[in-house]
Every structure is written in C-alpha cells, then in structure tokens.
Design a protein around this ligand. Structure first.
Ligand code: MRU
Length: 364
C-alpha cells in the first residue's frame, strides 16, 4: 500500500516479537499515527475501539494479540481466556475467530515454552496469507474490470461503486474490493470509484477516499443515499464490496447499507460483486439473515460525527436532536439472490453453495 512516499503493510510486527504496530484508523485521514501494541488488552482495545477494523485486519491483530498473551502466560487456561476475550471484541466478522482458532490449534499440543514463539510465527503466516490472498483476488477481479473497459468508448472510465472500506486499511495489504481497482489503475485501465460515505462512521469518506487518493485513483465521495440515483442514470458499471462473513450458501454480511445498494443494483441491472478471502466464509452457516450475529454499536456513532473543524482541529459534533434515542446496527445481510458473484483468491463463482464448493471442494 502507498502511504505518502513509503510502501508499507497496515500492520508491522517488531523483530523482537514483543509488539506490533498498527495505523490508528480513528485518526485517519487527518493524522497518520502508528500505534504500538504490546499487550493482549491493547490489542482487544484497538479492535473494539476500531483503531483497527475490517474483517481480515482484525483477524491478524487478534492473532498477534493471542501471541502476546502467550508471552505472559502460556498455560491452557490462559490461552482459552485470551482467545475468548479477543473473540468477544467484535461479533460479525468471522475472520477474527478463524485467526484465533488457527493460532490456538497450532500451539495447543506444543510445550508451553514454545507456544509464544510459535503463535507469533502463525500470526505472521496469517498476514502473509492475507497479502497473497488479496493479490489473487485482485487478479480475478481485474478480469471483470477489463471486460467492462473493453465495452466502453475509448477514454471513458470504468465506474465502480464501493461501500465502507474494504481496502488495504481493512486488510494487511491491497484490500479485497479495492485490489482489482488498484490493479486496474496500475495496468493503465481508466477507473473511477464512487465512494459511499458510509455513515455512521464514514469509513468510505474517511478511509477509502484516503486510500484511493494515496494511490492516485480517481474517485468521488457520495452520500450513502446517492447510489440508487447514480445507477438509474447509468453512472455505475459495477458494484464491488467487501464482506465480514459469507455463509456456505452465499449470503453476505457487510457494513450497514450494503443490502440497499444490492437492491438498487438488482433493480437497475448493475452487476453486484463481493470480494472475499477464504477466511471470511463461515462454512457452518446456511441462512445469513437468521444466523449471522449483527453487531449493535453505540448510539453516539449515529448522533455525533467527528471531522476536521475549519480551524484545523479535529472536532466531534452532535448532529441529532438532543435527547433523541438512536439505534446503530453495524452490518446487514445481502441475500445470495442479489449477489451477481463472489471474487475469491481461487477465482470467481456464483453466490451459492454449488458455486463456493466448486472453488473449495475440500469443504464438501
Ligand atoms: O465495521 P468495520 O469498519 O470493521 O466494517 C468493515 C466492512 O464492512 C468491510 O467492508 C469488510 O470488513 C470487508 S473488509 C475487507
């Protein structure tokens, strides 16, 4: 990923295996601050407070958090307690539990003295896997953008609409939904991104726009309610979003508002694609609406917004009428029937059990 003049991952592990650093996403895009994490408690806080966010990245942070926990106490009881504490930080993205399970399974039958170092290695492997996975998603998604570009008059950009932030800030590098976009841009395809602001926390306006700007990709931030109108006017060629959990039948949980974009895309014949790594598939679930837990976050995220004041100071202001209660479901579920297809590291498939099992036959 490009961050000013440097190329970096969104998570940096220290060579002494005693800490790792994350970009504090609550301060972006106004301030670029690397935050050092040295304890499991700090890792849990970073996930809960959304200093890190995005399904694959919280998995990676959870894995390193568990490795730090094992440095303090490598007993089975401590392992279970730290696993449970980190898993409880955010409920919807399955990648967190997947990563924690992967670390726990790797160390469980090992001597206590070897556990912390092994867990650290596994966390590193999870990060490397995420980078390779997102790179492959980029290659498979690029074909879609190439096909659209080939049908458009010369010089006209491919218009992609995306929701929330499924970019390098949400992963270890490249992103899921953004990987094909960055690759298209880098290979010379003209691409323009409609960036949903993504209330209540504005991950689109603050984070996706920051990323695309850093990479030099043309983009326009739009209010969350603009997507349907843009689709009616033929100004969106394709929707690509990320996801926090996909059932084995292809239902997709993602940031609140994704479902409405899928409905609008369906009504307007706009292809609606979902980009995901293998770690986002919950093979144990069949019915996303009934079974995927939806995180309910604090009302203040709806009643207040944070931004840069005209005086240059980051400020929090209230936007809702004083005293009015607010509800804040953080995710919704888009049923598989509204999803044109899934882009994974193994290729593209229909959002269905047959489609997914075609790519992951070992899960039959
Ligand atoms: O609540 P967030 O910001 O963690 O939600 C993240 C999203 O919805 C992302 O789009 C999703 O995790 C995919 S990340 C590649």
């Amino acid at each position: 990923m490009r961050l000013g003049a440097e190329t970096t991952r969104s998570l940096r592990a220290a060579e002494d295996a005693r800490s790792f650093a994350i970009l504090d996403q609550t301060l972006l895009p106004w301030r670029v601050v690397w935050l050092r994490i040295e304890t499991k408690e700090a890792a849990a806080h970073a996930i809960r407070a959304m200093q890190v966010r995005g399904a694959p990245l919280i998995g990676a942070v959870g894995a390193y958090g568990l490795a730090l926990a094992l440095r303090e106490d490598a007993s089975d009881a401590a392992l279970d307690a730290a696993h449970a504490m980190l898993a409880a930080t955010r409920p919807t993205a399955i990648n967190l539990r997947w990563a924690l399970d992967r670390v726990r399974d790797a160390v469980l039958n090992q001597p206590h003295a070897a556990r912390a170092a092994l867990a650290w290695q596994v966390a590193g492997a999870i990060c490397d896997d995420d980078v390779a996975t997102c790179t492959a998603i980029g290659r498979h998604g690029l074909k879609l953008l190439e096909e659209i570009a080939a049908r458009k008059p010369a010089g006209e950009p491919v218009n992609v609409l995306t929701h929330c932030n499924a970019g390098w800030l949400a992963t270890v590098d490249w992103g899921t939904a953004t990987a094909p976009i960055y690759l298209a841009h880098d290979t010379g395809i003209a691409v323009h991104v409609w960036v949903d602001e993504t209330r209540p926390r504005n991950q689109g306006a603050a984070l996706t726009a920051f990323e695309l700007g850093s990479h030099g990709v043309a983009h326009t931030v739009v209010s969350d309610n603009a997507g349907g109108h843009l689709m009616q006017r033929g100004r969106v060629d394709i929707v690509i979003v990320g996801t926090d959990r996909v059932t084995r039948t292809g239902d997709v949980a993602n940031k609140i508002g994704t479902y409405l974009k899928a409905l609008a895309a369906h009504d307007n014949g706009v292809p609606f694609w979902v980009a995901l790594p293998h770690s986002t598939i919950d093979w144990s679930l069949r019915d996303g609406i009934a079974e995927i837990p939806i995180e309910e976050r604090g009302a203040e995220e709806v009643t207040e917004v944070t931004g840069l004041g005209l005086d240059g100071v980051v400020t929090r202001v209230r936007v809702a009428s004083p005293g009015s209660p607010a509800g804040n479901p953080a995710f919704d579920v888009t049923p598989a029937r509204l999803v044109t297809g899934l882009i994974t590291e193994r290729g593209r498939c229909a959002a269905s059990e047959t489609g997914l099992l075609g790519l992951y036959p070992e899960k039959v």
